[in-house]
Design a protein around this ligand. Structure first.
Ligand SMILES: *Cc1c(COP(=O)(O)O)cnc(C)c1O
Length: 457
Protein backbone atom coordinates (compact mmCIF):
# COMPACT_ATOMS: atom_id res chain seq x y z
CA UNK A 1 0.00 0.00 0.00
CA UNK A 2 1.28 3.46 -0.94
CA UNK A 3 0.97 4.95 2.55
CA UNK A 4 2.55 8.23 1.44
CA UNK A 5 -0.23 8.80 -1.06
CA UNK A 6 -2.83 7.83 1.52
CA UNK A 7 -1.40 10.22 4.14
CA UNK A 8 -1.20 13.03 1.58
CA UNK A 9 -4.82 12.50 0.68
CA UNK A 10 -5.83 12.41 4.33
CA UNK A 11 -3.97 15.66 4.97
CA UNK A 12 -5.73 17.38 2.07
CA UNK A 13 -9.05 16.07 3.31
CA UNK A 14 -8.50 17.24 6.86
CA UNK A 15 -7.52 20.71 5.57
CA UNK A 16 -10.93 20.76 3.93
CA UNK A 17 -12.69 19.43 7.03
CA UNK A 18 -11.00 22.09 9.17
CA UNK A 19 -12.88 24.81 7.33
CA UNK A 20 -15.82 24.29 9.64
CA UNK A 21 -16.12 25.79 13.06
CA UNK A 22 -14.10 23.75 15.58
CA UNK A 23 -15.98 21.32 17.84
CA UNK A 24 -15.18 18.68 20.41
CA UNK A 25 -15.73 15.01 19.65
CA UNK A 26 -18.15 13.76 22.29
CA UNK A 27 -16.68 11.77 25.13
CA UNK A 28 -18.95 8.79 24.38
CA UNK A 29 -17.11 8.36 21.09
CA UNK A 30 -13.62 8.38 22.51
CA UNK A 31 -11.73 5.18 23.15
CA UNK A 32 -8.52 4.50 25.01
CA UNK A 33 -5.58 4.33 22.60
CA UNK A 34 -4.41 1.12 24.22
CA UNK A 35 -7.73 -0.62 23.58
CA UNK A 36 -7.80 0.50 19.95
CA UNK A 37 -4.30 -0.84 19.38
CA UNK A 38 -5.16 -4.12 21.03
CA UNK A 39 -8.26 -4.57 18.90
CA UNK A 40 -6.44 -3.81 15.67
CA UNK A 41 -3.70 -6.28 16.59
CA UNK A 42 -6.35 -8.89 17.26
CA UNK A 43 -8.07 -8.05 14.00
CA UNK A 44 -4.91 -8.50 11.96
CA UNK A 45 -4.24 -11.78 13.70
CA UNK A 46 -7.72 -12.98 12.90
CA UNK A 47 -7.20 -11.91 9.29
CA UNK A 48 -4.38 -14.44 9.05
CA UNK A 49 -7.18 -16.94 8.60
CA UNK A 50 -7.39 -16.21 4.87
CA UNK A 51 -5.80 -17.54 1.73
CA UNK A 52 -3.25 -15.13 0.17
CA UNK A 53 -5.66 -13.67 -2.37
CA UNK A 54 -3.19 -10.92 -3.30
CA UNK A 55 -0.37 -13.32 -4.19
CA UNK A 56 0.06 -15.03 -7.56
CA UNK A 57 0.36 -18.39 -5.78
CA UNK A 58 -3.36 -17.96 -5.17
CA UNK A 59 -4.85 -19.05 -8.48
CA UNK A 60 -8.12 -20.44 -7.18
CA UNK A 61 -11.45 -18.64 -7.06
CA UNK A 62 -12.47 -15.21 -8.38
CA UNK A 63 -10.76 -13.36 -5.58
CA UNK A 64 -8.15 -10.65 -5.41
CA UNK A 65 -7.68 -7.41 -3.49
CA UNK A 66 -8.59 -4.08 -5.09
CA UNK A 67 -5.94 -1.86 -6.61
CA UNK A 68 -4.47 0.54 -4.06
CA UNK A 69 -5.80 3.56 -5.94
CA UNK A 70 -9.29 2.15 -5.37
CA UNK A 71 -8.61 1.41 -1.68
CA UNK A 72 -7.18 4.86 -1.05
CA UNK A 73 -10.02 6.61 -2.89
CA UNK A 74 -12.57 4.49 -1.03
CA UNK A 75 -10.99 5.19 2.35
CA UNK A 76 -10.80 8.95 1.71
CA UNK A 77 -14.39 9.20 0.46
CA UNK A 78 -15.52 7.09 3.38
CA UNK A 79 -14.28 9.75 5.82
CA UNK A 80 -17.24 11.76 4.55
CA UNK A 81 -19.33 8.66 3.81
CA UNK A 82 -21.62 10.07 1.12
CA UNK A 83 -24.73 8.08 0.26
CA UNK A 84 -25.33 7.74 -3.48
CA UNK A 85 -28.99 7.05 -2.93
CA UNK A 86 -29.69 10.73 -3.56
CA UNK A 87 -27.86 13.65 -5.09
CA UNK A 88 -28.14 15.47 -1.77
CA UNK A 89 -26.62 12.50 0.05
CA UNK A 90 -23.40 12.95 -1.85
CA UNK A 91 -23.33 15.36 -4.79
CA UNK A 92 -19.65 14.77 -5.60
CA UNK A 93 -19.77 10.98 -5.63
CA UNK A 94 -23.15 10.95 -7.39
CA UNK A 95 -21.48 12.91 -10.18
CA UNK A 96 -18.60 10.44 -10.22
CA UNK A 97 -21.10 7.61 -10.50
CA UNK A 98 -22.72 9.30 -13.48
CA UNK A 99 -19.29 9.71 -15.07
CA UNK A 100 -18.19 6.10 -14.60
CA UNK A 101 -21.53 4.86 -15.92
CA UNK A 102 -20.96 6.99 -19.03
CA UNK A 103 -17.58 5.29 -19.46
CA UNK A 104 -19.09 1.84 -19.11
CA UNK A 105 -21.87 2.75 -21.55
CA UNK A 106 -19.29 4.05 -24.03
CA UNK A 107 -17.27 0.83 -23.77
CA UNK A 108 -20.33 -1.21 -24.74
CA UNK A 109 -21.64 1.34 -27.24
CA UNK A 110 -24.91 1.92 -25.44
CA UNK A 111 -25.59 5.37 -26.93
CA UNK A 112 -28.68 6.12 -24.89
CA UNK A 113 -28.88 4.35 -21.60
CA UNK A 114 -30.02 4.30 -18.04
CA UNK A 115 -27.59 2.88 -15.55
CA UNK A 116 -26.11 3.02 -12.12
CA UNK A 117 -23.84 1.18 -9.72
CA UNK A 118 -25.22 -1.42 -7.35
CA UNK A 119 -23.83 -3.18 -4.34
CA UNK A 120 -23.27 -6.39 -6.31
CA UNK A 121 -23.76 -8.30 -9.54
CA UNK A 122 -26.63 -10.20 -7.94
CA UNK A 123 -28.55 -7.00 -7.19
CA UNK A 124 -27.69 -5.61 -10.64
CA UNK A 125 -29.06 -8.80 -12.27
CA UNK A 126 -32.11 -8.63 -10.02
CA UNK A 127 -32.86 -5.14 -11.32
CA UNK A 128 -32.47 -6.20 -14.93
CA UNK A 129 -34.77 -9.21 -14.41
CA UNK A 130 -37.28 -7.11 -12.48
CA UNK A 131 -37.48 -4.62 -15.37
CA UNK A 132 -37.70 -7.53 -17.83
CA UNK A 133 -40.56 -9.04 -15.86
CA UNK A 134 -42.38 -5.69 -15.86
CA UNK A 135 -42.11 -5.58 -19.65
CA UNK A 136 -43.20 -9.20 -20.20
CA UNK A 137 -45.49 -9.72 -17.25
CA UNK A 138 -46.71 -13.24 -17.92
CA UNK A 139 -43.65 -14.66 -19.56
CA UNK A 140 -40.76 -16.71 -18.30
CA UNK A 141 -37.08 -15.82 -17.97
CA UNK A 142 -34.62 -18.27 -19.52
CA UNK A 143 -30.96 -18.80 -18.63
CA UNK A 144 -28.51 -21.57 -19.37
CA UNK A 145 -27.63 -24.41 -17.04
CA UNK A 146 -24.21 -22.72 -16.68
CA UNK A 147 -25.68 -19.33 -15.74
CA UNK A 148 -24.99 -17.97 -12.27
CA UNK A 149 -27.14 -19.72 -9.67
CA UNK A 150 -28.65 -16.43 -8.52
CA UNK A 151 -30.75 -16.09 -11.70
CA UNK A 152 -33.14 -18.86 -10.72
CA UNK A 153 -33.21 -17.54 -7.17
CA UNK A 154 -33.99 -14.00 -8.33
CA UNK A 155 -36.77 -15.34 -10.56
CA UNK A 156 -38.33 -16.68 -7.37
CA UNK A 157 -37.90 -13.30 -5.68
CA UNK A 158 -39.69 -11.41 -8.46
CA UNK A 159 -42.28 -14.14 -8.99
CA UNK A 160 -41.24 -14.95 -12.54
CA UNK A 161 -41.00 -18.44 -13.95
CA UNK A 162 -37.38 -19.45 -14.61
CA UNK A 163 -36.58 -21.81 -17.48
CA UNK A 164 -33.24 -23.57 -17.83
CA UNK A 165 -31.67 -23.92 -21.28
CA UNK A 166 -29.14 -26.68 -21.91
CA UNK A 167 -25.50 -25.82 -22.46
CA UNK A 168 -22.97 -27.42 -24.77
CA UNK A 169 -19.66 -29.11 -23.92
CA UNK A 170 -17.89 -25.73 -23.80
CA UNK A 171 -20.38 -24.38 -21.27
CA UNK A 172 -22.18 -22.14 -23.77
CA UNK A 173 -25.93 -21.90 -24.17
CA UNK A 174 -27.28 -24.53 -26.59
CA UNK A 175 -29.02 -22.65 -29.42
CA UNK A 176 -31.22 -25.53 -30.49
CA UNK A 177 -32.63 -25.89 -27.02
CA UNK A 178 -33.08 -22.12 -26.82
CA UNK A 179 -34.97 -22.04 -30.09
CA UNK A 180 -37.15 -24.97 -29.06
CA UNK A 181 -38.10 -23.14 -25.87
CA UNK A 182 -38.67 -19.81 -27.66
CA UNK A 183 -40.96 -21.69 -30.02
CA UNK A 184 -43.38 -22.28 -27.13
CA UNK A 185 -43.97 -18.52 -26.97
CA UNK A 186 -43.65 -18.64 -23.18
CA UNK A 187 -40.28 -16.90 -22.86
CA UNK A 188 -40.06 -13.13 -22.51
CA UNK A 189 -36.41 -12.70 -21.58
CA UNK A 190 -33.21 -14.63 -22.20
CA UNK A 191 -30.18 -14.16 -19.98
CA UNK A 192 -26.97 -14.59 -21.98
CA UNK A 193 -23.81 -14.90 -19.91
CA UNK A 194 -20.62 -13.24 -21.10
CA UNK A 195 -18.11 -15.16 -19.01
CA UNK A 196 -19.74 -17.97 -17.05
CA UNK A 197 -18.61 -18.30 -13.47
CA UNK A 198 -17.39 -21.87 -13.85
CA UNK A 199 -15.59 -21.86 -17.22
CA UNK A 200 -15.61 -18.25 -18.37
CA UNK A 201 -17.64 -19.34 -21.41
CA UNK A 202 -19.34 -16.73 -23.59
CA UNK A 203 -22.91 -17.51 -24.68
CA UNK A 204 -23.66 -17.05 -28.43
CA UNK A 205 -25.11 -13.55 -28.11
CA UNK A 206 -24.97 -12.80 -31.83
CA UNK A 207 -27.01 -15.88 -32.68
CA UNK A 208 -29.53 -15.03 -29.96
CA UNK A 209 -29.97 -11.58 -31.51
CA UNK A 210 -30.69 -13.29 -34.83
CA UNK A 211 -33.45 -15.28 -33.12
CA UNK A 212 -34.96 -12.00 -31.97
CA UNK A 213 -35.96 -11.37 -35.57
CA UNK A 214 -38.31 -14.31 -35.33
CA UNK A 215 -39.38 -14.33 -31.68
CA UNK A 216 -40.29 -11.47 -29.38
CA UNK A 217 -38.06 -11.50 -26.32
CA UNK A 218 -35.54 -9.38 -24.42
CA UNK A 219 -31.87 -10.19 -24.07
CA UNK A 220 -30.14 -9.46 -20.81
CA UNK A 221 -26.37 -9.97 -20.75
CA UNK A 222 -24.81 -11.10 -17.49
CA UNK A 223 -21.25 -9.84 -17.83
CA UNK A 224 -20.67 -9.73 -14.07
CA UNK A 225 -17.44 -11.67 -14.52
CA UNK A 226 -16.52 -11.29 -18.18
CA UNK A 227 -17.85 -7.83 -19.03
CA UNK A 228 -14.54 -6.00 -18.89
CA UNK A 229 -12.99 -8.45 -21.39
CA UNK A 230 -14.89 -6.39 -23.95
CA UNK A 231 -11.66 -4.35 -23.90
CA UNK A 232 -9.89 -7.20 -25.70
CA UNK A 233 -12.39 -7.11 -28.55
CA UNK A 234 -10.43 -5.03 -31.02
CA UNK A 235 -9.77 -5.67 -34.68
CA UNK A 236 -7.49 -8.68 -35.30
CA UNK A 237 -6.88 -9.21 -31.60
CA UNK A 238 -5.40 -12.65 -31.08
CA UNK A 239 -6.71 -12.66 -27.52
CA UNK A 240 -10.37 -13.40 -28.17
CA UNK A 241 -11.75 -16.19 -30.31
CA UNK A 242 -13.87 -15.25 -33.28
CA UNK A 243 -17.13 -16.34 -31.66
CA UNK A 244 -16.26 -14.55 -28.44
CA UNK A 245 -15.36 -11.33 -30.25
CA UNK A 246 -18.63 -11.52 -32.16
CA UNK A 247 -20.53 -12.00 -28.91
CA UNK A 248 -18.89 -8.97 -27.31
CA UNK A 249 -19.61 -6.74 -30.28
CA UNK A 250 -23.24 -7.90 -30.17
CA UNK A 251 -23.81 -6.67 -26.62
CA UNK A 252 -24.48 -3.18 -28.01
CA UNK A 253 -27.77 -4.45 -29.44
CA UNK A 254 -28.93 -6.23 -26.25
CA UNK A 255 -31.46 -4.76 -23.85
CA UNK A 256 -29.54 -4.73 -20.61
CA UNK A 257 -26.13 -5.55 -19.23
CA UNK A 258 -24.60 -6.27 -15.85
CA UNK A 259 -20.90 -5.85 -15.14
CA UNK A 260 -19.11 -6.18 -11.80
CA UNK A 261 -16.30 -3.70 -11.14
CA UNK A 262 -15.59 -5.67 -7.95
CA UNK A 263 -14.68 -8.71 -10.05
CA UNK A 264 -12.39 -7.49 -12.86
CA UNK A 265 -12.49 -3.73 -12.32
CA UNK A 266 -9.92 -3.62 -9.49
CA UNK A 267 -12.58 -2.61 -6.92
CA UNK A 268 -13.31 -3.66 -3.34
CA UNK A 269 -16.56 -5.58 -2.82
CA UNK A 270 -19.71 -3.58 -3.00
CA UNK A 271 -19.54 -2.55 -6.64
CA UNK A 272 -21.74 -3.96 -9.41
CA UNK A 273 -23.35 -2.07 -12.29
CA UNK A 274 -26.45 -2.34 -14.47
CA UNK A 275 -27.13 -0.64 -17.81
CA UNK A 276 -30.37 -0.52 -19.81
CA UNK A 277 -30.33 0.39 -23.47
CA UNK A 278 -33.76 2.00 -23.26
CA UNK A 279 -33.71 4.83 -20.69
CA UNK A 280 -37.51 4.89 -20.50
CA UNK A 281 -37.45 1.77 -18.31
CA UNK A 282 -36.76 4.31 -15.57
CA UNK A 283 -40.56 4.59 -15.31
CA UNK A 284 -40.70 1.29 -13.43
CA UNK A 285 -38.70 2.76 -10.60
CA UNK A 286 -41.07 5.65 -10.02
CA UNK A 287 -41.94 6.18 -6.40
CA UNK A 288 -42.59 8.99 -4.01
CA UNK A 289 -40.21 9.31 -1.15
CA UNK A 290 -41.37 12.07 1.15
CA UNK A 291 -38.08 12.79 2.84
CA UNK A 292 -35.06 12.50 0.59
CA UNK A 293 -35.60 14.87 -2.28
CA UNK A 294 -35.83 18.49 -1.46
CA UNK A 295 -32.86 20.45 -2.73
CA UNK A 296 -32.46 19.30 -6.30
CA UNK A 297 -34.64 18.84 -9.33
CA UNK A 298 -32.13 16.66 -11.17
CA UNK A 299 -32.66 12.92 -11.51
CA UNK A 300 -31.55 11.22 -8.35
CA UNK A 301 -29.70 7.95 -8.62
CA UNK A 302 -32.06 6.69 -5.94
CA UNK A 303 -34.92 7.18 -8.34
CA UNK A 304 -33.51 4.65 -10.78
CA UNK A 305 -32.28 2.06 -8.33
CA UNK A 306 -33.90 -0.76 -6.37
CA UNK A 307 -31.56 -0.21 -3.46
CA UNK A 308 -31.74 2.76 -1.15
CA UNK A 309 -28.44 3.54 0.61
CA UNK A 310 -25.30 2.85 -1.40
CA UNK A 311 -21.69 3.74 -0.67
CA UNK A 312 -20.66 6.91 -2.47
CA UNK A 313 -17.15 5.69 -1.67
CA UNK A 314 -17.65 2.85 -4.16
CA UNK A 315 -18.25 5.37 -6.94
CA UNK A 316 -15.23 7.41 -5.80
CA UNK A 317 -13.04 4.30 -5.89
CA UNK A 318 -14.16 3.29 -9.36
CA UNK A 319 -13.85 6.85 -10.65
CA UNK A 320 -10.28 7.16 -9.35
CA UNK A 321 -9.36 3.74 -10.74
CA UNK A 322 -10.65 4.53 -14.22
CA UNK A 323 -8.69 7.79 -14.22
CA UNK A 324 -5.52 5.72 -13.74
CA UNK A 325 -6.59 2.63 -15.69
CA UNK A 326 -8.85 3.84 -18.48
CA UNK A 327 -11.15 1.62 -20.54
CA UNK A 328 -9.22 1.98 -23.77
CA UNK A 329 -7.96 -0.94 -25.80
CA UNK A 330 -5.33 -3.45 -24.75
CA UNK A 331 -2.15 -1.36 -24.79
CA UNK A 332 -2.77 0.46 -21.53
CA UNK A 333 -5.12 0.79 -18.59
CA UNK A 334 -7.45 -2.00 -17.58
CA UNK A 335 -7.16 -3.61 -21.03
CA UNK A 336 -3.42 -4.17 -20.59
CA UNK A 337 -4.10 -5.93 -17.27
CA UNK A 338 -6.85 -8.13 -18.70
CA UNK A 339 -4.78 -8.98 -21.72
CA UNK A 340 -2.13 -10.45 -19.41
CA UNK A 341 -4.66 -12.49 -17.45
CA UNK A 342 -6.00 -13.79 -20.75
CA UNK A 343 -2.50 -14.60 -22.01
CA UNK A 344 -1.82 -16.44 -18.76
CA UNK A 345 -4.80 -18.70 -19.45
CA UNK A 346 -3.69 -19.29 -23.05
CA UNK A 347 -0.18 -20.10 -21.85
CA UNK A 348 -1.34 -22.61 -19.28
CA UNK A 349 -3.79 -24.18 -21.70
CA UNK A 350 -0.90 -24.67 -24.12
CA UNK A 351 1.28 -26.32 -21.46
CA UNK A 352 -1.58 -28.59 -20.40
CA UNK A 353 -2.38 -29.61 -23.97
CA UNK A 354 1.26 -30.47 -24.61
CA UNK A 355 1.64 -32.45 -21.40
CA UNK A 356 1.32 -36.20 -20.89
CA UNK A 357 -0.09 -35.81 -17.41
CA UNK A 358 -2.99 -33.37 -17.78
CA UNK A 359 -6.00 -32.78 -20.01
CA UNK A 360 -7.93 -29.59 -20.61
CA UNK A 361 -11.64 -29.74 -19.90
CA UNK A 362 -12.35 -26.98 -22.43
CA UNK A 363 -10.31 -24.34 -24.23
CA UNK A 364 -10.48 -21.24 -22.03
CA UNK A 365 -12.45 -18.34 -23.50
CA UNK A 366 -11.23 -15.85 -20.88
CA UNK A 367 -8.82 -16.33 -17.97
CA UNK A 368 -10.27 -19.44 -16.33
CA UNK A 369 -8.48 -22.73 -16.96
CA UNK A 370 -10.08 -26.10 -16.19
CA UNK A 371 -8.17 -29.36 -16.38
CA UNK A 372 -7.84 -32.81 -14.88
CA UNK A 373 -5.23 -35.55 -14.50
CA UNK A 374 -4.67 -37.99 -17.32
CA UNK A 375 -4.48 -41.46 -15.74
CA UNK A 376 -4.36 -45.00 -17.00
CA UNK A 377 -7.47 -45.60 -14.94
CA UNK A 378 -10.23 -43.75 -16.81
CA UNK A 379 -12.84 -44.05 -14.09
CA UNK A 380 -14.18 -40.66 -13.16
CA UNK A 381 -13.99 -41.56 -9.46
CA UNK A 382 -10.27 -42.36 -9.73
CA UNK A 383 -9.48 -39.08 -11.53
CA UNK A 384 -11.49 -37.06 -9.02
CA UNK A 385 -9.62 -38.69 -6.18
CA UNK A 386 -6.27 -37.63 -7.63
CA UNK A 387 -7.59 -34.09 -8.18
CA UNK A 388 -8.62 -33.90 -4.51
CA UNK A 389 -5.28 -35.20 -3.31
CA UNK A 390 -3.14 -32.91 -5.49
CA UNK A 391 -5.32 -29.94 -4.59
CA UNK A 392 -4.74 -30.46 -0.85
CA UNK A 393 -1.09 -31.36 -1.22
CA UNK A 394 -0.33 -28.12 -3.09
CA UNK A 395 -2.31 -26.01 -0.66
CA UNK A 396 -0.78 -27.56 2.42
CA UNK A 397 2.83 -27.34 1.26
CA UNK A 398 4.64 -25.66 4.15
CA UNK A 399 7.39 -24.09 2.01
CA UNK A 400 5.58 -22.78 -0.99
CA UNK A 401 1.85 -23.45 -1.09
CA UNK A 402 -0.15 -23.15 -4.31
CA UNK A 403 -3.88 -22.54 -4.24
CA UNK A 404 -6.12 -23.81 -7.01
CA UNK A 405 -9.87 -24.39 -6.97
CA UNK A 406 -11.93 -27.44 -7.82
CA UNK A 407 -15.08 -27.81 -9.82
CA UNK A 408 -17.54 -30.68 -10.20
CA UNK A 409 -18.12 -31.09 -13.92
CA UNK A 410 -21.28 -32.75 -15.24
CA UNK A 411 -20.94 -35.28 -18.09
CA UNK A 412 -22.12 -32.93 -20.87
CA UNK A 413 -19.06 -30.72 -20.30
CA UNK A 414 -16.86 -33.75 -20.97
CA UNK A 415 -18.68 -35.00 -24.05
CA UNK A 416 -15.46 -34.65 -26.05
CA UNK A 417 -13.64 -37.02 -23.70
CA UNK A 418 -15.33 -40.21 -24.82
CA UNK A 419 -12.87 -42.50 -23.01
CA UNK A 420 -13.99 -41.47 -19.52
CA UNK A 421 -15.81 -44.14 -17.54
CA UNK A 422 -18.67 -42.57 -15.60
CA UNK A 423 -18.78 -44.51 -12.37
CA UNK A 424 -19.75 -41.31 -10.51
CA UNK A 425 -22.23 -38.56 -11.44
CA UNK A 426 -19.58 -35.85 -11.75
CA UNK A 427 -15.87 -35.43 -12.39
CA UNK A 428 -13.93 -33.18 -10.04
CA UNK A 429 -11.51 -31.10 -12.09
CA UNK A 430 -9.08 -28.32 -11.29
CA UNK A 431 -10.30 -24.82 -11.94
CA UNK A 432 -7.87 -21.95 -11.83
CA UNK A 433 -8.94 -18.33 -12.20
CA UNK A 434 -5.88 -16.39 -13.38
CA UNK A 435 -7.17 -12.95 -12.42
CA UNK A 436 -3.87 -11.24 -11.74
CA UNK A 437 -1.52 -9.97 -14.45
CA UNK A 438 1.36 -11.50 -12.42
CA UNK A 439 -0.11 -14.89 -13.23
CA UNK A 440 1.37 -14.64 -16.71
CA UNK A 441 4.88 -14.94 -15.24
CA UNK A 442 3.70 -17.49 -12.71
CA UNK A 443 2.01 -20.00 -14.99
CA UNK A 444 5.11 -22.15 -15.70
CA UNK A 445 5.60 -22.53 -11.94
CA UNK A 446 1.96 -23.39 -11.34
CA UNK A 447 2.11 -26.00 -14.08
CA UNK A 448 5.36 -27.48 -12.81
CA UNK A 449 4.05 -27.75 -9.28
CA UNK A 450 0.93 -29.60 -10.41
CA UNK A 451 3.09 -32.04 -12.39
CA UNK A 452 5.37 -32.64 -9.42
CA UNK A 453 2.48 -33.27 -7.08
CA UNK A 454 0.97 -35.71 -9.58
CA UNK A 455 4.15 -37.81 -9.44
CA UNK A 456 3.56 -38.52 -5.76
CA UNK A 457 0.97 -41.17 -6.56
C1 LIG B 1 -20.11 -13.32 -9.70
C2 LIG B 1 -21.21 -13.46 -10.68
C3 LIG B 1 -22.52 -13.04 -10.38
C4 LIG B 1 -22.90 -12.55 -9.02
O1 LIG B 1 -22.31 -11.34 -8.73
P1 LIG B 1 -22.00 -10.87 -7.24
O2 LIG B 1 -21.32 -9.59 -7.45
O3 LIG B 1 -21.14 -11.94 -6.63
O4 LIG B 1 -23.31 -10.75 -6.54
C5 LIG B 1 -23.47 -13.12 -11.37
N1 LIG B 1 -23.16 -13.61 -12.58
C6 LIG B 1 -21.93 -14.04 -12.90
C7 LIG B 1 -21.66 -14.55 -14.27
C8 LIG B 1 -20.92 -13.98 -11.96
O5 LIG B 1 -19.68 -14.44 -12.27
Amino acid sequence: MNTELLLEGLQQLSDFQARWHAYEVDETLRMPAEKAREVITQLVERLHDNYPFWHPSYAGQMLKPPHEIASIAYFLAQQINPNNHALDGGPATAKMETEVMAELARLFRFTEYLGHLTSSGTIANLEALWVARNLHRDKAIAYSSEAHYTHSRMCEVIGAKGVEIASDHQGRMDLEDLQAKLETGAIGTVVMTAGTTALGAIDPIFAALELKKKYDFRIHVDGAYGGFFKLLQIADSPLLGEQEALAYSSIAACDSLVIDPHKHGLQPYGCGAVLFRDPTVGRFYKHDSPYTYFTSSELHLGEISLECSRAGAAAAALWATLQCFPLQGIEKGLGAILSKTRQAALEWAKLITASEELRLLAQPSLDIVTFFPKLEDNRVSAISEVTHRVFSELMNDTQHPIYLAKMNAKPHLLAEHADLIWDAPMLTVFRSVLMKPEHLQYVPQLHQRVLEALKHD
